[in-house]
Design a protein around this ligand. Structure first.
Ligand code: AMP
Length: 289
């Protein structure tokens, strides 16, 4: 049965009860408009813990464009049904006033990992993400929390924050779930026009092609980036925000030779809709090309 908790005290009451009974708790923070990518995290939480908790909160602090916050899809009734069907034990559903009361003053800041990629083009975004994730992890007090590799930079930043702040919740990062045509699943995909939706899988094709070029011996990071710029630049309607190959730990742009394990990370606008995707060099395309 899915317990829906709208207050901090209520979600803690559920989790504390389970923990007193010796049960482990997995936690999946989301912004809702759930899709199979989110449900894969719930499945992982259930597989590795006795109880699974999800949160849905569209966090105003992490949006750098008001139009993006206003247009972010909200499908709470469908979300509840999906969570129930996936065997989730509790949903934490706070309001902005509960998360950020008028006297809220503190922000989480991190050096370096947010300097590149989304951090460079979305000022304040990761401070907003870290602040809400730290609050949610403290509120829920789970044994493990689950994040998607789709938001690769976010996962790296949260992992670092958990280490730096000695958080007791273990951070788990899970694979990207894609549509059959390769497009990374995202709550924002429903905002694409039908034409953009047809074109958008070209992003993953470009990443996989660069991955294949790397696998067949093409190691020059600039050459690989040129190839990506050409392929993504050739997609009608697509406007790249960034296209990078980065060191997987420092997240700094790779110069010279690309190495196995490096990550191709891209953000691409279709109109106002900004999509991100990434691909680990030296891995295959997961059967989707
Ligand atoms: P969001 O609701 O977009 O904030 O995402 C909530 C969590 O789901 C984040 O950890 C995301 O990385 C993860 N997620 C979103 N889309 C996918 C996907 N296609 N595959 C795997 N995880 C995802």
């Amino acid at each position: 049965m899915l317990h829906v908790a709208e207050s901090i005290a209520e979600i803690r009451r559920h989790v504390d009860g389970w923990k007193r009974a010796g049960e482990t708790v997995g936690f999946v923070p989301t912004m809702g408009a759930l899709h199979p990518g989110h449900l894969s995290l719930i499945a992982a939480a259930r597989a590795e813990n006795r109880r699974a908790v999800c949160s849905i909160f569209v966090n105003p602090l992490q949006f750098d464009r008001k139009s993006d916050l206003d247009s972010y899809p909200r499908t709470i009734e469908a979300d509840r049904r999906m969570l129930e069907g996936a065997g989730t034990d509790a949903l934490f559903l706070p309001t902005p006033a509960i998360m950020y009361p008028p006297d809220f003053l503190t922000r989480v800041e991190q050096k370096k990992l947010g300097d590149h990629l989304c951090g460079a083009t979305r000022p304040g975004h990761f401070t907003g993400v870290m602040t809400v994730v730290l609050k949610l992890l403290n509120i829920v007090g789970a044994d493990r929390a689950y994040f998607g590799r789709k938001d690769f930079q976010q996962a790296s930043i949260i992992r670092r924050m958990a280490l730096d702040f000695d958080l007791r919740t273990e951070i788990r990062v899970m694979p990207i779930i894609r549509e059959a045509d390769g497009l990374a699943m995202s709550s924002r995909n429903v905002l694409l026009t039908p034409e953009a939706r047809r074109i958008a899988p070209g992003i993953h094709r470009a990443l996989a092609d660069a991955g294949a070029a790397f696998a067949s011996g093409d190691r020059d990071a600039h050459g690989l980036k040129d190839r990506l710029h050409r392929a993504i630049g050739a997609l009608p309607l697509a406007r790249p925000d960034y296209i990078e190959i980065v060191d997987p730990t420092a997240l700094s742009p790779r110069d010279g030779m690309a190495l196995s394990g490096d990550v191709i990370a891209v953000a691409v606008f279709f109109g106002n809709v900004r999509l991100i995707d990434n691909f680990v060099l030296g891995e295959d395309a997961g059967g989707v090309r």
